[in-house]
Design a protein around this ligand. Sequence first.
Ligand SMILES: C[S@@+](CC[C@H](N)C(=O)[O-])C[C@H]1O[C@@H](n2cnc3c(N)ncnc32)[C@H](O)[C@@H]1O
Length: 284
Amino acid sequence: MSHSHAPEYVLGTDAIEAKRLGLQHRLWSAAAHQLWELAGVRPGLTVLDLGCGPGHATFDLATIVGGASPDRAAHGRVIALDESAAFLHQLNETAAGRRLTNIERVLGDVQNLGAAFPNAAAFADIAYLRWVLCFVPRPIDVVAGLAKVVKPGGKVAIQDYFNYESMTLAPRHADFSRVIAAVARSWRSGGGDPDIVSLLPAMLRQHGFRVDHLAVNQRIARPGSMLWAWPDSFWASFVPRLVDKGFITAQDAGAFFAVWARASHDPDCYMHLPPLYDLVATKL
Ligand SMILES: C[S@@+](CC[C@H](N)C(=O)[O-])C[C@H]1O[C@@H](n2cnc3c(N)ncnc32)[C@H](O)[C@@H]1O
């Protein structure tokens, strides 16, 4: 277990962020399940959920790989890794409450999977990473680690961003766009990359993977729709952090929230959401 880099990821690990991740998972769970099916997730497999957060995807994966057969061989497991002890603690509490007994937790850095799994030859059938690679300074180290822990013939399934800064309110509004630019700046300042998916095909190929599937989920949200709650919850969690960290002023934040409040009641506007890419690769 390694913990040799900046201890907290840019969006934080407090209760507000934990709750936002739960809502976010629900709003994107159809896309996740579709990708898992494409990657071949099924009962009996060993699946890694890397950068699992409080475990919202982990629980769904554990239910699927656990199966319902009395045959022990059909009981798969999920190994959930995160650098946040707080998120892993929450994951553990929820798993116990839901009586999910096939989840193992690992406190570690996705950029150092060798330290997180020191004795393991390639053991994972599938590794899943959603909204993690865009935050890490050394994605190439993550891919190098994946090449060691995923079995030959096993899969990596990734959901992450390219062209994040295309997110906009429509019609555009300068007070809104200023904050989007600041969000991307803050990720970059922590070593992250809101364009990360563009770099993954080459990184994966260089580490012995074949990219089988690459597609994009481009969604929009209209005021009053279920998906409007996604950006809404993100602003509540993150815009105050942007002020605290000096990426925008309190006045910028005030102007942003005024635009957002008006937009939330304007049936003629919509949000062009950030493009979320799906990628499945096979370890050769
Ligand atoms: C946006 S959350 C996504 C959580 C989860 N994958 C999901 O889709 O709900 C990003 C997660 O990545 C974790 N994370 C960020 N950098 C990490 C690193 N270097 N090693 C392990 N976990 C990391 C954070 O602690 C956080 O739980």
